[in-house]
Design a protein around this ligand. Structure first.
Ligand code: ADP
Ligand code: MG
Length: 692
C-alpha cells in the first residue's frame, strides 16, 4: 500500500508538496482528514427540470447548452460576467461578479453544461448568481467522474478545484483503507445507520440521492450523538455535584410575596417551585430559566436570591451590559426597599465608593451584588456566595461563567435568557442544564398591535402618534445608529438628526429627548427616570433601550430602518411597550430596498407576538452561528450537522445518548466499547473545558 491513514496528504499520488500546502489551508493535513472533508453539496447530472418550468427561488440542477457570454464593466467597476444557456425550452442567464480569468476561460459557445443553483430574478430575467457548474466533457474522454451521475462539490481554496479534490478523494478511496468503526452495532442497527467505511465511501462518491441521504444521516447522527453524550454526562454530574441544601425559611421570600402588587401567574408559580426544589436539594442547581420578554423572569430570580439570603448566603447577578445591570439594581432596590438588605452595584472602572462596596462584599455586609463582567474580571471576593443569577447568558462565553462560579464553593446557578432560545439550541448549547419555561404572560401584558410601513408613509404614523400623545401616552422612537460614520450607512436615520427633526417638526409641542449609548451613565439614568416620570413625551433613542426600561404609560414604539434589525432584537425592543393598561402599538418603518429576509422578519413580527415562535424563525433565517451574534457563545462547531434542519435527528440522538449514560455512565459496557474509545479521544477534554 502506498500510503496510510495517518500519512501526510502530500504522499498521496497526484498531491505533492504544493497542493498539500493548499489542502492544509482547508484543514486537510492527513489522508484521514481528507476522508472526513465532506462535500458541501452535490451536482446531479440527471435532472428532469426544464428551463421553461423553473420558478423563482427554486434550488435546481439543470442541463443546457451555452449560447453566448459577455462581460460588462471594466476592472475598476464591479465587473459582471454573464453566460447564456438554453435547453430548447427556455433561456437562463448565469451571472458572476468579479469573475476570475480562469472562470471565464472555461466557457465556449456550443458546449453543454450542468448547473446547480438558486433561481433568481435579475433585471426581470431568470438567472442564477454564482452557480455551481460542470462543463460536459467530450464523450471520448472516458473517465470515472465523467461517467458518474452525481458529482460532489467541496469548499475550495484558490488553486484547488472540485476536479482536483474529486481525483484525490477517489485515489484515497480506491485504496480501501480501513477505519475502525466508531458507532456500536446496536446503535447502527436500531437507528438504521451505515457502517463507517461504507458511509465514507458513499458521502464522497454517491450513486444516488439515497446514498447521499444515508451517508449524511450516519455522520450527522454520530456528530450530534457524541455531543449529547457529553451533555448527558455533564447533566448527570451536575445532579451528583454536592451543593448547599437550602431551607424555605419563609422570612424574606414570604415578605416579598406579600409585598408584591400582583399575584404570580401559574407558570411563574410552577417555575418557582422547580427552582426551590433544586435549591433545597443537597445538589447544585444548574437551571436555565426561559420565558418571553415580559413574562416575569426577574421577579422569579429575586425569589431565588432571597431564598439564598434567608439561608445566610449572598447572591449575585451578572448582566451583559452596564445599562442592564443598572436597571436590575434599581428594580431590585424597589422591590427590596424595606427588607433591610444591602444591594450594591459593581461596575467596571474606578469610581468613588467602589472600594467600600468591594470590602463590604468580602465581609458579607452586602447581600446582593449586581454587576457586569467587572464582577469576575476584578478582584471581587465574596464572604459566602450561594446563588448566582446569570442574565442574558448567551452573551457570555463559557469561560466567563466558569470564573464567576469559581468565586463560590458550590453555588446554585440560575441562567436567564432575555429572549426565548430555540429548542435546537436549548438542546445543544444548554443541553446539560435543567430547563424551566414560563409559558404564560402576566394578565396585564397585552398583545402589541404591530405593523410595518414603507418610509414614504411616515406622515400617517406621525398623525397617529400625535393622537396618542394627546391622550396622554408616551412614545419611543428607535433609530439604528448614533452618527453617520461609514459611507455605506450614510442613509441610515441617525438618532441625533431624527431627534432634531422631530423636536423642531411634528412633535414641536411635546417634550422630546435623545438617549444614546455614548452618554454617561448618569445622563442616561437621568433621562430614563425623566421618561418614567412622564417629564418626557417622546424618547428618541438608539437601541440602548433594548433592555431594561419599564414605562407602562409608553404605548407606541416606532422603529426607524426596521429592515436593518434582527428579528429577536425587534421583538425585544417591542417588549418595551404593552406593559400597561392601554393598548400598545409597534410601527416598523422600512426603507427600500427591503430584502427578502427583511420582509420575512417584518411579516413575522406583524403576525405573531409569541417570542418562542419568533426565535425559531430567527434561528432559521440566520443560522446558529449568527443567532447569538457572538463567536463566544460556546456553540460547538459542527462538521456536517445543521441543528435546524437536522432537529429530528438531534432529538433522536439526544434521547439515546441520555439513555445510554443513565445506564452506563463510564461507557464500560462491552457493547459500548467503540463509544468509550472515541469519547476518550475526542470528548473527555471538551467535557472538562465545558465545566462552567
Ligand atoms: P422579563 O424579565 O421576563 O422580561 P420582567 O420580570 O421584567 O419580565 O417583568 C415584566 C413586568 O411585569 C415587570 O414590571 C414585573 O414587575 C411585572 N410582572 C411580573 N410578574 C407579574 C405578574 N404575575 N403579574 C403582573 N405583573 C407582573
Ligand atoms: Mg441546592
Amino acid at each position: 500500500m502506498a500510503f496510510q491513514l495517518h500519512d501526510n496528504i502530500q504522499f498521496v499520488p497526484g498531491v505533492g508538496p504544493k497542493r498539500a500546502k493548499l489542502l492544509n489551508k482547508l484543514g486537510v493535513k492527513t489522508v484521514k482528514d481528507l476522508l472526513f472533508y465532506f462535500p458541501r453539496d452535490y451536482l446531479n447530472k440527471i435532472s428532469d427540470k426544464r428551463i421553461a418550468d423553473l420558478k423563482i427561488n427554486d434550488m435546481v440542477s439543470v442541463k443546457g447548452r451555452i449560447t453566448g457570454f459577455d462581460t460588462k464593466g471594466n476592472r475598476f467597476q464591479k465587473q459582471q460576467f454573464r453566460v447564456f444557456i438554453s435547453d430548447g425550452t427556455g433561456y437562463l442567464t448565469l451571472m458572476w461578479f468579479r469573475p476570475s480569468p480562469w472562470l471565464i476561460k472555461q466557457f465556449e459557445v456550443g458546449k453543454e453544461i450542468y448547473i446547480l443553483g438558486k433561481i433568481q430574478y435579475y433585471y426581470s430575467k431568470l438567472c442564477m448568481i454564482h452557480p455551481d457548474f460542470e462543463i460536459v466533457q467530450d464523450k471520448e474522454k472516458k473517465s470515472f467522474w465523467v461517467e458518474q451521475d452525481i458529482l460532489p462539490l467541496y469548499h475550495l481554496t484558490e488553486g484547488i478545484s472540485n476536479k482536483v479534490l474529486r481525483k484525490i478523494v477517489r485515489t484515497v478511496l480506491s485504496q480501501d483503507l480501513f477505519l475502525d468503526e466508531t458507532l456500536p452495532a446496536h446503535i447502527r442497527k436500531t437507528k438504521h445507520l451505515l457502517p463507517l467505511n461504507q458511509a465514507l465511501h458513499k458521502i464522497h462518491i454517491p450513486d444516488s440521492n439515497e446514498d447521499i441521504a444515508a451517508s449524511r444521516k450516519r455522520f450527522v447522527f454520530e456528530e450530534l450523538f457524541f455531543l449529547e453524550l457529553m451533555l448527558a454526562r455533564k447533566k448527570v454530574n451536575w445532579h451528583k455535584a454536592s451543593g448547599y441544601s437550602m431551607e424555605l425559611k419563609k422570612t424574606y421570600t414570604t415578605k416579598l410575596k406579600k409585598a408584591l402588587p400582583f399575584t404570580l401567574t401559574h407558570a411563574q408559580k410552577r417555575v418557582l417551585n422547580e427552582i426551590v426544589e433544586d435549591m433545597k436539594s443537597p445538589h447544585q442547581m444548574n437551571r436555565l430559566l426561559q420565558g418571553d420578554v415580559g413574562s416575569g423572569k426577574t421577579i422569579i430570580s429575586i425569589f431565588a436570591m432571597l431564598l439564598a439570603i434567608e439561608n445566610g448566603f449572598q447572591a449575585a447577578i451578572m448582566a451583559p451590559t452596564e445599562i442592564l445591570a443598572t436597571q436590575h439594581y434599581f428594580s431590585l432596590k424597589e422591590f427590596l426597599e424595606n427588607f433591610g438588605l444591602r444591594v450594591e452595584l459593581l461596575l467596571g472602572g474606578t469610581y468613588a465608593g467602589k472600594k467600600d462596596i468591594k470590602a463590604a462584599t468580602e465581609s458579607g455586609d452586602v447581600n446582593i451584588v449586581i454587576g457586569t463582567h467587572a464582577l469576575i474580571q476584578e478582584d471581587v471576593n465574596f464572604h459566602k456566595l450561594g446563588m448566582i443569577v446569570i442574565d442574558e447568558q448567551h452573551r457570555f462565553g463559557v469561560m466567563q461563567r466558569l470564573s464567576l462560579t469559581q468565586k463560590a464553593q458550590t453555588p446554585d446557578k440560575l441562567i436567564m435568557s432575555a429572549t426565548p432560545i430555540p429548542r435546537s439550541l436549548a438542546l445543544t448549547v444548554y443541553g446539560d442544564l435543567d430547563v424551566s419555561i414560563i409559558d404564560e404572560l402576566p394578565p396585564f401584558k397585552k398583545e402589541i398591535y404591530t405593523n410595518w410601513i414603507s418610509s414614504d408613509k411616515k406622515s400617517q404614523v406621525y398623525d397617529f402618534i400625535i393622537k396618542q400623545l394627546r391622550a396622554g401616552r408616551q412614545v419611543y422612537v428607535v433609530c439604528p445608529l448614533i452618527e453617520e460614520s461609514e459611507k455605506s450607512i450614510r442613509q441610515l436615520a441617525d438618532a441625533t438628526n431624527t431627534y432634531k427633526e422631530l423636536q423642531n417638526g411634528v412633535f414641536k409641542n411635546y417634550h422630546v429627548r435623545l438617549l444614546h449609548g455614548r452618554m454617561s451613565n448618569q445622563e442616561k439614568d437621568e433621562i430614563m427616570h425623566a421618561f418614567k416620570e412622564h417629564k418626557i413625551d417622546v424618547l428618541v433613542s438608539t437601541t440602548v433601550i433594548e433592555v431594561g426600561i419599564d414605562v407602562p404609560n409608553a404605548t407606541i414604539m416606532m422603529i426607524e430602518h426596521a429592515e436593518r434589525f434582527g428579528l429577536s432584537q425587534l421583538h425585544q425592543l417591542r417588549g418595551r411597550v404593552g406593559r400597561g393598561a392601554h393598548k400598545s402599538y409597534c410601527v416598523l418603518v422600512a426603507y427600500e430596498p427591503i430584502s427578502e429576509g427583511a420582509m420575512i422578519r417584518l411579516n413575522t413580527l406583524k403576525e405573531t407576538n409569541d417570542g418562542f415562535r419568533i426565535s425559531e424563525v430567527d434561528l432559521e433565517l440566520r443560522g446558529p452561528g449568527e443567532f447569538f451574534g457572538t463567536k463566544q457563545s460556546g456553540l460547538p462547531a459542527f462538521r456536517i450537522a445543521n441543528i435546524v434542519r437536522d432537529r429530528p435527528i438531534l432529538e433522536d440522538a439526544r434521547r439515546l445518548a441520555f439513555e445510554i449514560i443513565q445506564n452506563d455512565y463510564n461507557l464500560n459496557d462491552e457493547k459500548n466499547i467503540e463509544l468509550k474509545k472515541k469519547y476518550k479521544r475526542f470528548y473527555l477534554k471538551r467535557e472538562r473545558l465545558f465545566s462552567y
